[in-house]
Design a protein around this ligand. Structure first.
Ligand code: UDX
Length: 445
């Protein structure tokens, strides 16, 4: 009989995982404690912008014409307990307010609700990003006869569907002995298709599985802050960080990905994950091992301040009475997520210093308005830049690179000055259209 799977928590991770499991042929029941979210998902819609996810849901959500009907949603724990052979816990672990540590309250609540309803012999699988040591503790909350495995998720926003169906690797942390062996076997069944298609399947103990996630994110953050540190040196020395990144990236040991200098990383994962990792290492007495992450974090935050300074300089030393157009609000393109967005942080700082800021973003406007209601917003690039004394390019949407005509925009602004905070526009194209183009870590023309 086919395995029955539940997915607990239907945010980015859970909604995508649930739809992907249905795509792989399983019967899936998704649970969330927020009824509005469940209603939306049950009608085949998603509460965020994620390319391909709505189409995938529509293919499987029960009641949608032409769907497989393999995917349903509920708010009932009893239903989840009775249904599932394998329960994936996908709830979020945000940064604690005013602290580095991560807030485990959603995970703890999910485990305690699940432990009251889970059937004997079922497998619980943790996917949330948690401090190392959590799996061991959470296993103790589950009833006798229910095994726990830890299976971290590596999906990127904007590529969530692709990353879930074709993961770079599947990491599974299990206990030693018969329970762990059974858990591994079940998860090999769940992931049989991606494994057959080439995804490596790595089996570890709990702490290693938890650490794979936080160390991978720390490495990515380090790569970005490394290239941003090189950008600072390039700025001081008159070098070009984009050329430098291209050249060092040809070394296969370094690789050319995640070497785009600019205003740095943001979002719901990298910043809070490296902070939670430092906090946890401190608790374990290993804080010295991760002091470099403090530097990674501060290089990253410094880039936002540098962008503000670059804009101030371009405006002759102050923001008062100046019109500043900001292109981009989300923390990265192909997402509507504005959590810890470098773009909005820069926009907010300039606003606080007296600049008249107008923001445009292709998908992030509603979320940006909610988070920063006092900024000005426009419905198009043209409207945002009208009368601007400086234009800041802060999220590298394809629309800004390909669909915008610099010559047409030059007619609309008060002064054709563009600062590229993402090193993603073509300097020559903008300069030929009459713009003064400046980017972080690159020489002025
Ligand atoms: C990240 C990890 O990539 C993913 O594996 C993990 O599961 C969750 O965290 P995500 O937060 O979706 O995913 O975004 P990612 O694509 O990693 O980008 C993070 C930030 O780094 C963005 O703000 C992006 O603009 C920035 N970035 C990325 C750079 O500044 N330069 C780069 O070269 C790459």
């Amino acid at each position: 009989m086919a395995l029955k799977i539940t997915v607990i928590g239907t945010g980015y991770l859970g909604a995508t995982h649930a739809a992907a499991m249905a795509e792989l042929g399983f019967e899936v029941l998704g649970l969330d404690v927020v009824p509005e979210k469940i209603e939306l998902l049950a009608s085949g819609r998603v509460p965020m912008y994620e390319p391909g996810l709505e189409e995938l849901l529509a293919r499987h959500v029960e009641g949608i014409e032409g769907s497989s009907g393999r995917l349903r949603f509920t708010t009932s724990w009893e239903e989840v307990g009775a249904f599932g052979d394998v329960h994936f816990v996908c709830v979020n672990t945000p940064q604690k307010h005013g602290e580095y540590a991560c807030d485990m309250s959603y995970v703890d609540a999910a485990f305690s609700s699940l432990s009251g309803v889970v059937r004997e012999g079922a497998l619980v699988v943790g996917k949330s990003t948690v401090p190392v040591g959590s799996a061991q503790r959470l296993a103790g909350l589950l009833p006798e006869g229910v095994e726990l495995a830890w299976n971290p998720e590596f999906l990127r926003e904007g590529f969530a569907v692709q990353d879930t169906l074709h993961p770079d690797r599947i990491v599974v942390g299990v206990t030693e002995g018969a329970g762990g062996e059974r858990a591994e076997k079940l998860l090999r069944t769940v992931y049989a298709v991606p494994v057959a298609e080439g995804s490596p399947f790595v089996v570890t103990d709990y702490p290693t599985a938890e650490l794979v996630k936080t160390s991978a994110n720390s490495f990515l953050a380090t790569k970005i802050s490394f290239i941003n540190a090189m950008a600072e040196v390039c700025e001081a020395a008159g070098g070009d960080v984009a050329k430098l990144a291209e050249a060092i990236g040809h070394d296969e040991r370094i690789g050319n990905k995640f070497l785009r200098a600019g205003i740095g990383f943001g979002g719901g994962c990298l910043p809070k994950d490296i902070r939670a990792f430092m906090a946890r290492a401190g608790e374990l007495g290993a804080d010295q091992a991760l002091t470099f992450l403090r530097e990674i974090d501060s290089i990253n935050m410094r880039r936002r301040a540098s962008m503000v300074e670059m804009a101030r300089e371009a405006l002759g030393g102050g923001f008062l009475g100046k019109r500043v157009a900001v292109l981009g609000a989300t923390f990265k393109p192909d997402s509507d997520d504005v959590r810890d967005s470098p773009a909005l942080n820069v926009a907010g700082q300039i606003h606080l210093q007296g600049g008249q800021v107008t923001v445009y973003d292709p998908k992030g406007m509603a979320n940006a308005r909610r988070l920063f209601p006092t900024l000005g917003y426009a419905d198009s690039v043209a409207e945002a830049v009208r009368g601007a004394d400086v234009v800041l390019h802060l999220t590298e949407w394809r629309e800004f690179r390909d669909a915008v005509d610099p010559a047409e925009l030059a007619e609309l602004v008060s002064s054709p000055v563009i600062l590229d905070g993402r090193n993603a526009l073509d300097p020559q194209r903008w300069r030929e259209a009459g713009w003064s183009y400046r980017a972080m870590g690159r020489p002025r023309a």
